[in-house]
Design a protein around this ligand. Structure first.
Ligand SMILES: [Fe+2]
Length: 244
């Protein structure tokens, strides 16, 4: 088995609230590799505050890749992506190629506001599915209305969404509500992927170690491994699915 795959990571510098410098991004990659992560999908925010262009993301990715080649660290692969805040024009932006799916696949990392699921969420998810995208909901355990009523996530899963929990929710670093909700979702078998959502080398770091131990206690060791290896690995192998 190769290392873990981290599909939600803000490693690209200067594009959002991730690392400020290339040097810090290289340090993040070094920490990730030390923690047995061998593949990262860089997922800078695309929201009201941060909306780097596709070209900016791809250019920064190339800069980081060449900086990593100059180091003595073992190979770590970095792919392009975005963390896409749900909005009414998101399907058009994806169609126009203004924003990025995960590693050029048919999967998109979709974020809801923490305050709650917008009234148009189902409509947008339906449109994304019709267009052939598979939305992966980023950290549902952090969204207030899902914390209050985890059943809400079931509706989106029924519509063809997948769910990604944060490793730092599972370790309790993001507070009690995120931890308790993550555990409930794991127990229900509603979690497909765990990712680090790392923003820095040492605080909100790229590390699965503690979270894998917790997840293994809840769902068993093999199922926990699937969250960071087999399931995210499918992003690289499954062809774009036909529309529903
Ligand atoms: Fe994120």
């Amino acid at each position: 088995m190769e290392g873990y795959i981290d599909i939600h990571n803000h490693i690209l510098p200067g594009l959002d609230d991730g690392p400020a410098t290339l040097q810090e991004a290289v340090e993040m990659a070094r920490v990730a590799r030390k923690n047995a992560i061998t593949e990262i999908i860089a997922s800078p925010h695309h929201n009201e505050c941060n909306h780097p262009s596709r070209n900016e993301i791809l250019a920064m990715l190339e800069l980081l890749r060449s900086a990593l080649k100059k180091t003595d660290m073992p190979i770590i692969k970095i792919y392009p992506g975005n963390e896409l805040r749900i909005s009414l024009d998101l399907p058009e932006k994806l169609k126009a190629g203004e924003v990025l799916p995960l590693a050029e696949s048919s999967y998109v990392l979709l974020e809801f506001p923490f305050e709650g699921t917008p009234f148009y969420a189902e409509e947008i998810i339906f449109r994304l599915r019709v267009d052939g995208w598979i939305p992966i909901l980023a950290h549902p355990e952090r969204i207030y209305d899902i914390q209050r009523n985890p059943e809400r996530l079931g509706r989106f899963i029924d519509m063809g969404c997948m769910a990604q929990v944060n490793s730092n929710s599972v370790t309790g670093e993001l507070g009690r509500a995120s931890l308790e909700t993550a555990i409930k979702l794991l127990k229900r078998g509603w979690v497909d992927i765990m990712a680090t959502d790392a923003h820095a080398p040492h605080n909100r770091a790229p590390d699965f170690t503690g979270a894998l131990k917790v997840a293994a206690k809840i769902v068993g060791r093999q199922a926990a491994q699937r969250l960071v290896y087999d399931n995210p690995g499918n992003i690289f192998t499954i062809e774009k699915r036909s529309s529903i």
